[in-house]
Design a protein around this ligand. Sequence first.
Ligand code: PLP
Length: 325
Amino acid sequence: MGVTKAVLGEPAIARAMIEGGVKFIADSRIENIQRMKLAGISTRFVLLRTSPSKAETIVENADISLNSQLETLEQLSFYARKKKLNHQVIIMVELGDLREGVLPYDLSLFIKKILSLSNIQMVGIGCNLACYGGIKPEHKKMTELSEIAATLEKEFELDLEIISGGNSANYDWYKSTRNVGRINNLRLGESILLGLETANRNPIPHLHTGAFKLISEVIESRKKPSLPYGETCQDAFGNTPGFIDRGIRERGILALGKQDIQPSGLFPENNLEILGVSSDHIIFDNEEQKYKTGDEVRFDLNYGGLLAAMTSPFIHKKLIESHKN
Ligand SMILES: *Cc1c(COP(=O)(O)O)cnc(C)c1O
Protein backbone atom coordinates (compact mmCIF):
# COMPACT_ATOMS: atom_id res chain seq x y z
CA MET A 1 0.00 0.00 0.00
CA GLY A 2 1.28 3.45 -0.88
CA VAL A 3 0.51 5.96 1.88
CA THR A 4 -0.34 9.48 0.69
CA LYS A 5 -1.19 11.33 3.93
CA ALA A 6 2.07 13.33 4.04
CA VAL A 7 1.26 14.78 0.62
CA LEU A 8 -2.45 15.37 1.38
CA GLY A 9 -3.48 12.79 -1.19
CA GLU A 10 -1.87 14.72 -4.05
CA PRO A 11 -3.33 12.88 -7.08
CA ALA A 12 -0.16 13.05 -9.22
CA ILE A 13 1.84 11.41 -6.44
CA ALA A 14 -0.82 8.74 -5.92
CA ARG A 15 -0.69 8.05 -9.67
CA ALA A 16 3.10 7.74 -9.54
CA MET A 17 2.79 5.26 -6.67
CA ILE A 18 0.28 3.18 -8.63
CA GLU A 19 2.56 3.23 -11.68
CA GLY A 20 5.34 2.13 -9.36
CA GLY A 21 3.37 -0.96 -8.43
CA VAL A 22 1.42 -0.38 -5.23
CA LYS A 23 -1.84 -2.31 -5.09
CA PHE A 24 -3.69 0.03 -2.72
CA ILE A 25 -3.59 3.72 -1.83
CA ALA A 26 -3.87 4.33 1.91
CA ASP A 27 -4.44 7.62 3.73
CA SER A 28 -5.39 8.61 7.26
CA ARG A 29 -7.80 11.35 6.12
CA ILE A 30 -11.01 10.58 4.28
CA GLU A 31 -10.84 14.08 2.72
CA ASN A 32 -7.60 13.09 0.97
CA ILE A 33 -9.22 9.91 -0.37
CA GLN A 34 -12.16 11.99 -1.66
CA ARG A 35 -9.66 14.31 -3.36
CA MET A 36 -7.96 11.42 -5.16
CA LYS A 37 -11.28 9.88 -6.22
CA LEU A 38 -12.47 13.23 -7.58
CA ALA A 39 -9.26 13.41 -9.59
CA GLY A 40 -10.25 10.12 -11.21
CA ILE A 41 -7.85 7.77 -9.47
CA SER A 42 -9.10 4.24 -9.48
CA THR A 43 -7.60 1.75 -7.05
CA ARG A 44 -8.57 0.14 -3.74
CA PHE A 45 -8.58 2.98 -1.20
CA VAL A 46 -7.70 2.22 2.41
CA LEU A 47 -8.48 4.50 5.33
CA LEU A 48 -5.80 4.24 8.03
CA ARG A 49 -7.61 6.05 10.85
CA THR A 50 -11.33 5.55 11.35
CA SER A 51 -13.64 7.84 13.34
CA PRO A 52 -17.22 6.80 14.15
CA SER A 53 -18.60 10.27 13.31
CA LYS A 54 -17.35 9.90 9.73
CA ALA A 55 -18.76 6.42 9.15
CA GLU A 56 -21.15 7.54 6.41
CA THR A 57 -18.45 9.23 4.28
CA ILE A 58 -16.07 6.38 4.99
CA VAL A 59 -18.33 3.65 3.59
CA GLU A 60 -19.02 5.87 0.57
CA ASN A 61 -15.38 6.64 -0.19
CA ALA A 62 -13.05 4.02 1.24
CA ASP A 63 -13.04 0.38 0.14
CA ILE A 64 -11.25 -0.78 3.27
CA SER A 65 -10.70 0.81 6.68
CA LEU A 66 -8.40 -0.06 9.58
CA ASN A 67 -10.37 -0.62 12.77
CA SER A 68 -10.02 -1.47 16.43
CA GLN A 69 -13.31 -0.33 18.03
CA LEU A 70 -16.63 -2.13 18.03
CA GLU A 71 -18.62 1.14 18.27
CA THR A 72 -17.03 2.38 15.04
CA LEU A 73 -17.58 -0.93 13.25
CA GLU A 74 -21.25 -0.80 14.26
CA GLN A 75 -21.54 2.68 12.71
CA LEU A 76 -19.80 1.48 9.53
CA SER A 77 -22.18 -1.48 9.39
CA PHE A 78 -25.22 0.79 9.89
CA TYR A 79 -24.31 3.11 7.00
CA ALA A 80 -23.09 0.33 4.73
CA ARG A 81 -26.42 -1.44 5.13
CA LYS A 82 -28.35 1.79 4.64
CA LYS A 83 -26.48 2.52 1.41
CA LYS A 84 -26.47 -1.11 0.28
CA LEU A 85 -22.67 -1.15 0.21
CA ASN A 86 -20.17 -3.70 1.34
CA HIS A 87 -17.36 -2.28 3.49
CA GLN A 88 -14.14 -4.21 4.07
CA VAL A 89 -12.15 -3.93 7.27
CA ILE A 90 -8.71 -4.79 8.56
CA ILE A 91 -8.61 -5.34 12.31
CA MET A 92 -5.59 -3.79 14.00
CA VAL A 93 -3.80 -5.84 16.65
CA GLU A 94 -1.82 -4.26 19.49
CA LEU A 95 1.72 -5.70 19.59
CA GLY A 96 3.37 -3.35 22.06
CA ASP A 97 3.82 0.06 20.41
CA LEU A 98 0.67 1.18 22.26
CA ARG A 99 -1.10 3.16 19.61
CA GLU A 100 -4.11 1.52 17.95
CA GLY A 101 -5.05 -2.13 18.16
CA VAL A 102 -7.06 -4.81 19.95
CA LEU A 103 -5.02 -6.74 22.52
CA PRO A 104 -4.27 -10.29 21.28
CA TYR A 105 -6.16 -11.98 24.14
CA ASP A 106 -9.29 -9.91 23.40
CA LEU A 107 -9.26 -10.71 19.68
CA SER A 108 -11.32 -13.87 19.68
CA LEU A 109 -14.34 -12.26 21.35
CA PHE A 110 -13.93 -9.07 19.31
CA ILE A 111 -13.89 -10.87 15.98
CA LYS A 112 -16.82 -13.04 16.94
CA LYS A 113 -18.82 -9.83 17.38
CA ILE A 114 -17.75 -8.14 14.16
CA LEU A 115 -18.38 -11.23 12.04
CA SER A 116 -22.05 -10.86 12.92
CA LEU A 117 -22.22 -7.27 11.62
CA SER A 118 -24.06 -6.97 8.32
CA ASN A 119 -22.38 -5.42 5.23
CA ILE A 120 -18.98 -5.60 6.94
CA GLN A 121 -16.38 -8.00 5.59
CA MET A 122 -13.21 -8.69 7.52
CA VAL A 123 -10.42 -9.00 4.95
CA GLY A 124 -7.40 -8.96 7.17
CA ILE A 125 -5.47 -8.07 10.28
CA GLY A 126 -2.61 -5.67 10.76
CA CYS A 127 -0.31 -4.10 13.28
CA ASN A 128 1.46 -0.79 13.60
CA LEU A 129 4.83 -0.45 15.31
CA ALA A 130 7.56 2.21 15.60
CA CYS A 131 5.05 5.07 15.78
CA TYR A 132 4.27 5.94 19.39
CA GLY A 133 6.30 3.59 21.53
CA GLY A 134 9.30 3.25 19.21
CA ILE A 135 8.94 -0.54 19.23
CA LYS A 136 10.85 -2.27 16.45
CA PRO A 137 9.02 -4.47 13.94
CA GLU A 138 11.40 -7.43 14.14
CA HIS A 139 11.18 -11.19 13.60
CA LYS A 140 9.43 -11.93 16.90
CA LYS A 141 6.63 -9.38 16.38
CA MET A 142 6.08 -10.44 12.76
CA THR A 143 5.97 -14.12 13.75
CA GLU A 144 3.43 -13.23 16.42
CA LEU A 145 1.20 -11.50 13.85
CA SER A 146 1.50 -14.47 11.48
CA GLU A 147 0.53 -16.85 14.26
CA ILE A 148 -2.43 -14.70 15.23
CA ALA A 149 -3.60 -14.74 11.59
CA ALA A 150 -3.36 -18.53 11.43
CA THR A 151 -5.17 -18.98 14.75
CA LEU A 152 -8.03 -16.67 13.75
CA GLU A 153 -8.43 -18.28 10.34
CA LYS A 154 -8.72 -21.66 11.98
CA GLU A 155 -11.03 -20.57 14.78
CA PHE A 156 -13.47 -18.70 12.52
CA GLU A 157 -12.92 -20.59 9.25
CA LEU A 158 -11.77 -17.40 7.58
CA ASP A 159 -9.52 -16.79 4.63
CA LEU A 160 -7.72 -13.54 5.38
CA GLU A 161 -6.55 -11.72 2.24
CA ILE A 162 -4.35 -9.09 3.91
CA ILE A 163 -1.88 -9.55 6.75
CA SER A 164 -0.41 -6.08 7.10
CA GLY A 165 2.89 -6.12 9.00
CA GLY A 166 3.48 -2.40 9.36
CA ASN A 167 5.01 0.70 7.81
CA SER A 168 8.34 2.06 6.54
CA ALA A 169 10.01 0.88 9.76
CA ASN A 170 9.54 -2.72 8.52
CA TYR A 171 12.16 -2.30 5.78
CA ASP A 172 15.09 -3.88 7.66
CA TRP A 173 12.96 -6.82 8.75
CA TYR A 174 11.70 -7.32 5.20
CA LYS A 175 15.21 -7.16 3.69
CA SER A 176 16.77 -9.48 6.23
CA THR A 177 14.08 -12.07 6.90
CA ARG A 178 14.27 -15.42 5.17
CA ASN A 179 10.61 -16.07 5.85
CA VAL A 180 7.94 -13.38 5.84
CA GLY A 181 5.44 -15.87 7.27
CA ARG A 182 1.88 -14.80 6.60
CA ILE A 183 2.79 -11.09 6.18
CA ASN A 184 1.86 -10.09 2.62
CA ASN A 185 1.38 -6.35 3.00
CA LEU A 186 3.13 -3.21 4.23
CA ARG A 187 1.76 0.33 4.32
CA LEU A 188 4.54 2.58 3.01
CA GLY A 189 4.65 6.36 3.09
CA GLU A 190 8.01 7.83 4.09
CA SER A 191 10.10 5.13 2.42
CA ILE A 192 8.47 5.86 -0.94
CA LEU A 193 8.31 9.64 -0.56
CA LEU A 194 11.67 10.34 1.10
CA GLY A 195 13.60 7.14 0.37
CA LEU A 196 14.22 6.41 4.06
CA GLU A 197 13.46 3.40 6.19
CA THR A 198 12.18 4.73 9.49
CA ALA A 199 13.56 2.44 12.21
CA ASN A 200 16.93 4.24 11.94
CA ARG A 201 16.26 6.75 9.13
CA ASN A 202 18.79 5.11 6.82
CA PRO A 203 18.53 5.78 3.08
CA ILE A 204 17.11 2.88 1.04
CA PRO A 205 19.48 1.87 -1.79
CA HIS A 206 18.50 3.20 -5.24
CA LEU A 207 15.85 5.59 -3.93
CA HIS A 208 15.98 9.39 -4.08
CA THR A 209 16.09 11.07 -0.68
CA GLY A 210 15.65 14.55 -2.14
CA ALA A 211 12.49 14.24 -4.20
CA PHE A 212 10.98 17.16 -2.29
CA LYS A 213 12.58 20.60 -1.96
CA LEU A 214 11.23 23.59 -0.12
CA ILE A 215 12.30 26.87 -1.70
CA SER A 216 12.10 30.10 0.24
CA GLU A 217 12.90 33.73 -0.55
CA VAL A 218 15.32 36.12 1.18
CA ILE A 219 13.46 39.31 2.14
CA GLU A 220 16.14 41.17 4.14
CA SER A 221 19.89 40.98 4.60
CA ARG A 222 22.10 43.40 6.49
CA LYS A 223 24.85 43.69 9.07
CA LYS A 224 23.49 43.76 12.60
CA PRO A 225 24.75 43.02 16.11
CA SER A 226 24.23 39.40 17.17
CA LEU A 227 22.99 40.50 20.61
CA PRO A 228 19.51 42.08 20.83
CA TYR A 229 19.66 45.41 22.72
CA GLY A 230 17.22 47.20 25.09
CA GLU A 231 15.21 45.92 28.05
CA THR A 232 14.26 42.23 27.76
CA CYS A 233 10.75 40.73 27.68
CA GLN A 234 9.10 37.59 26.26
CA ASP A 235 9.41 36.70 22.58
CA ALA A 236 6.40 36.02 20.31
CA PHE A 237 5.93 32.52 21.79
CA GLY A 238 6.23 33.34 25.49
CA ASN A 239 9.90 32.42 25.89
CA THR A 240 12.68 34.62 27.25
CA PRO A 241 15.44 33.92 24.78
CA GLY A 242 19.19 33.94 25.43
CA PHE A 243 21.90 34.95 22.93
CA ILE A 244 25.66 34.72 22.44
CA ASP A 245 27.53 37.85 21.37
CA ARG A 246 29.35 37.08 18.12
CA GLY A 247 29.82 40.69 17.17
CA ILE A 248 28.40 42.37 14.08
CA ARG A 249 27.34 39.82 11.44
CA GLU A 250 25.42 39.71 8.18
CA ARG A 251 21.91 38.42 9.00
CA GLY A 252 19.24 37.33 6.57
CA ILE A 253 15.48 36.86 6.80
CA LEU A 254 13.42 34.30 4.86
CA ALA A 255 9.70 34.59 4.09
CA LEU A 256 8.85 31.34 5.87
CA GLY A 257 7.82 30.76 9.48
CA LYS A 258 6.24 28.61 12.17
CA GLN A 259 2.86 28.96 10.50
CA ASP A 260 4.33 26.97 7.62
CA ILE A 261 6.84 24.66 9.24
CA GLN A 262 8.77 23.68 12.38
CA PRO A 263 12.50 24.48 12.05
CA SER A 264 13.34 20.89 13.11
CA GLY A 265 11.81 19.69 9.83
CA LEU A 266 14.15 21.82 7.69
CA PHE A 267 17.59 20.93 6.36
CA PRO A 268 19.08 23.97 4.59
CA GLU A 269 21.56 23.82 1.73
CA ASN A 270 25.11 25.15 2.26
CA ASN A 271 24.99 24.39 6.02
CA LEU A 272 23.03 27.58 6.51
CA GLU A 273 22.73 28.41 10.21
CA ILE A 274 19.18 29.20 11.36
CA LEU A 275 19.28 31.67 14.27
CA GLY A 276 15.60 31.80 15.08
CA VAL A 277 12.07 31.40 13.78
CA SER A 278 8.94 33.44 14.43
CA SER A 279 5.44 32.95 12.95
CA ASP A 280 6.38 34.31 9.54
CA HIS A 281 10.16 34.83 9.51
CA ILE A 282 13.28 32.66 9.63
CA ILE A 283 16.36 34.59 10.71
CA PHE A 284 19.65 33.11 9.53
CA ASP A 285 23.36 33.87 9.70
CA ASN A 286 24.37 35.18 6.28
CA GLU A 287 27.99 36.08 7.03
CA GLU A 288 29.51 33.31 4.87
CA GLN A 289 26.89 32.62 2.20
CA LYS A 290 25.99 36.25 1.40
CA TYR A 291 22.50 35.63 0.03
CA LYS A 292 20.89 38.79 -1.36
CA THR A 293 17.27 39.96 -1.14
CA GLY A 294 15.25 37.98 -3.66
CA ASP A 295 17.66 35.00 -3.63
CA GLU A 296 16.25 31.51 -3.14
CA VAL A 297 17.28 29.29 -0.24
CA ARG A 298 16.54 25.59 -0.64
CA PHE A 299 15.76 23.07 2.04
CA ASP A 300 15.51 19.32 2.21
CA LEU A 301 12.69 18.14 4.43
CA ASN A 302 12.22 15.34 6.90
CA TYR A 303 8.82 13.66 7.25
CA GLY A 304 7.51 16.30 9.68
CA GLY A 305 8.77 19.06 7.44
CA LEU A 306 7.16 17.50 4.37
CA LEU A 307 3.86 17.04 6.21
CA ALA A 308 3.83 20.67 7.42
CA ALA A 309 4.94 22.16 4.11
CA MET A 310 2.36 20.19 2.13
CA THR A 311 -0.33 21.27 4.62
CA SER A 312 0.52 25.01 4.54
CA PRO A 313 -1.79 26.85 2.12
CA PHE A 314 0.91 29.53 1.81
CA ILE A 315 3.44 27.17 0.24
CA HIS A 316 2.90 26.79 -3.47
CA LYS A 317 3.27 23.18 -4.64
CA LYS A 318 4.90 22.60 -7.98
CA LEU A 319 5.19 19.09 -9.39
CA ILE A 320 7.99 18.41 -11.80
CA GLU A 321 7.76 15.25 -13.87
CA SER A 322 11.13 13.75 -14.60
CA HIS A 323 11.58 11.42 -17.54
CA LYS A 324 11.85 7.75 -16.82
CA ASN A 325 15.23 6.24 -17.49
C1 PLP B 1 1.06 6.84 8.46
C2 PLP B 1 0.78 5.41 8.58
C3 PLP B 1 1.54 4.48 7.85
C4 PLP B 1 2.70 4.89 6.97
O1 PLP B 1 3.83 5.17 7.74
P1 PLP B 1 5.26 5.48 7.07
O2 PLP B 1 6.20 5.49 8.21
O3 PLP B 1 5.14 6.80 6.39
O4 PLP B 1 5.53 4.38 6.10
C5 PLP B 1 1.22 3.15 7.97
N1 PLP B 1 0.21 2.74 8.76
C6 PLP B 1 -0.55 3.59 9.47
C7 PLP B 1 -1.64 3.06 10.33
C8 PLP B 1 -0.28 4.96 9.41
O5 PLP B 1 -1.03 5.81 10.12
